[in-house]
Design a protein around this ligand. Structure first.
Ligand code: SF4
Ligand code: SF4
Length: 183
């Protein structure tokens, strides 16, 4: 029968000679490979103390954005949910009330906004679909967890810190986005 690939190797079934029987030569060969790697640059890192730099095109956990005054940008238009191929986004819209102008940028806002991280494939289509620059994929990722429910991220989990009341936390979260835009 013809082989499908040229990678098949015939098994060597000849009897072992005395050098092969004492296994020393094979042990020496194995040790030489170990020693060779001993002096090479390490490919492993000491996670979590050390972390690998992400690629500039890495797409991680979603962040709901605020404007420079700290108001939520999302207007609950639903375009991100429609664009999402995994149907991972759900939301409920609400009307902004008089006196809430400092909280919400638009007349309508997302009273509830959830992303199911078990469905999300981090394609970035929600970010591309958003007309309000209200959602972006950051350089962090959804950490491992024990229950399926904990992978449903609510608006509180996704919303970026307020630049007015938490400027340092906001800058730390936003810094990665700015770097991404410059590259
Ligand atoms: S990154 Fe893709 S899969 Fe994930 S929520 Fe956005 S559109 Fe849906
Ligand atoms: S994140 Fe953007 S696209 Fe999604 S509902 Fe809010 S404003 Fe619309």
């Amino acid at each position: 029968m013809d082989a499908l690939t040229q990678r098949a190797k015939l098994v060597d079934r000849r009897p072992m000679n005395w050098l092969e029987k004492i296994y020393l030569w094979e042990i020496f060969k194995g040790m030489s490979i170990t020693l060779k790697h001993f002096f090479k640059k390490k490919v492993t890192i000491q996670y979590p103390e050390e972390t690998r730099p992400f690629s500039p095109v890495f797409r991680g956990l979603q962040v709901l954005n605020r404007d420079e005054e700290g108001r939520e940008r999302c207007t609950a238009c639903g375009l991100c949910a429609v664009a999402c191929p995994a149907e991972a986004i759900t939301m409920e819209a609400a009307e902004r009330l008089p006196g809430e102008e400092h909280l919400y940028r638009e007349e309508k806002y997302a009273a509830k906004y959830e992303i199911n991280m078990l469905r999300c494939i981090f394609c970035g289509l929600c970010e591309e679909a958003c007309p309000k620059d209200a959602i972006y994929l950051s350089e962090t990722f959804a950490p491992a967890n024990y229950s399926r429910k904990s992978f449903i991220y609510s608006k509180d989990d996704l919303l970026i810190p307020d630049p007015v009341t938490q400027p340092e936390e906001y800058a730390a979260a936003k810094g990665l986005l700015d770097k991404k835009k410059k590259s």
